[in-house]
Design a protein around this ligand. Structure first.
Ligand code: 13P
Ligand code: SF4
Length: 367
């Protein structure tokens, strides 16, 4: 058996979990949680399935989960119900004796995969030649630990969708222009709301290794990495048109990972937390078409029967990688801890961690 096959086999869910009933799985999760007590902490992102969210000790968006991870001093084991970059961030923010587990190693993020460190080093070299020392890098937390480390050692910071405005303002106080990785839409939408016109924004194409920009380079304020979220890009201007035609009085509320055209035509846009708060505060009887991940939209529909809530795109699916984490994988993680052989432990290299934490702390200090 090759090394790769060994790794793959090791990471596959043991068959016994497929043979258990749902009741048994949930009951065993409750038992292991009770047994491990304060030794265990389970954070869960709002995009997780309901079968997982019900067992989480704390739920939140990316920023809230980074904050609770940093505050978590007691638990020896953090079983992170979210995606790989979030578990990496938790590992960076916790102490070395604390172990972070990701219940299914296949829970990656297609956006984070759109920027690797080799591409980033190439881009930085080319951009430094072009613009000199006038650029500060910012990365959305939806990025690998290596990208966060690159940003940290170059004086920049991480951002999440809930603090992107204040972090961009801070970045413009440091340098004349920003390299924003890896989500072009969050970068464009936030900069536009801060008053930067679209013709002062360039796009860096990491595949062609080139800068796409028509204007005079001295005017360029934002360099947007050509990455996107494959979930949020599925909301279109056509969806908005149809909702406005078919549902009178519907408010359109979208996440800023949607394209600029969609954000511009919506009524409101904001982070996951903003969306949740907005619906919580909405008047009974009000109508909402939401452009974000489907597990969250379904939960909002269930929690607010007094409001009319639909997905902006009627054919929308949940984020496939977030959805990889299910109750079976959660139980597998928990039982592996009890057996003394934790599976799927996320360990970020120490040197990378030291540099990445600079970028994360610059954000946490300002959030
Ligand atoms: P937030 O939790 O920052 O809103 O991010 C959304 C997201 O896509 C997480 O992967
Ligand atoms: Fe990544 Fe988008 Fe899924 Fe978030 S919703 S984990 S950004 S693919």
């Amino acid at each position: 058996m090759s090394l790769l096959e060994t790794i793959v086999v090791k990471q596959l869910l043991p068959e016994k979990y497929n043979n258990m009933s749902d009741e048994e799985i949930h009951e065993r999760i409750r038992q292991v949680k009770a047994q491990l007590g304060k030794e265990l902490f389970i954070p869960g992102h709002h995009y997780q399935r309901e079968e997982v969210i019900q067992h989480c000790d704390s739920t939140g968006d990316s920023l809230q989960l980074a904050q609770v991870s940093a505050q978590q001093k007691e638990a020896s084991f953090i079983v992170f119900c979210g995606v790989h970059f979030m578990a990496e961030t938790a590992d960076i923010l916790t102490q070395s004796h604390q172990k972070v587990l990701l219940p299914d190693m296949r829970a990656g993020c297609s956006m984070a995969d759109m920027a690797n460190i080799q591409q980033t080093d190439h881009a930085w070299e080319a951009l430094q030649q072009q613009f000199g020392d006038s650029i500060i890098p910012l990365t959305y937390v939806n990025s690998t630990a290596e990208i966060k480390a690159f940003v940290g050692r170059n004086g920049g910071a991480t951002v999440t969708s809930s603090n992107a405005h204040s972090m961009l303002k801070w970045a413009f106080e440091q340098k004349e222009r920003i390299l924003f990785l890896p989500d072009q839409h969050l970068g464009r939408n936030t900069a536009f709301e801060l008053g930067i016109p679209l013709d002062q924004m360039a796009v860096w194409d990491p595949i062609k290794n080139e800068l796409i920009y028509d204007g005079d380079l001295t005017d360029c304020k934002m360099i947007l990495w050509k990455g996107h979220c494959s979930v949020h890009e599925n909301f279109t201007v056509e969806n908005i048109k149809q909702v406005r035609e078919q549902h009178h009085g519907m408010n359109i509320l979208v996440h800023p990972e949607c394209t600029h055209e969609v954000v511009e035509q919506s009524d409101y846009n904001g982070s996951t937390k903003y969306i949740i708060d907005m619906i919580q505060q909405a008047e009974p009887g009000s109508k909402w078409a939401i452009g974000t991940e489907m597990n969250l939209v379904k939960r909002l529909i269930d929690q607010h029967p007094d409001k009319e809530i639909i997905s902006l795109n009627p054919y929308m699916c949940p984020c496939l990688t977030m959805n990889r984490i299910d109750a079976k994988h959660l139980l597998w993680s928990l039982e592996s801890i009890l057996e003394g052989a934790p599976v799927n432990v996320i360990t970020v290299d120490e040197e990378i961690s030291k540099q990445a934490v600079l970028a994360i702390n610059r954000m946490l200090e300002r959030s």
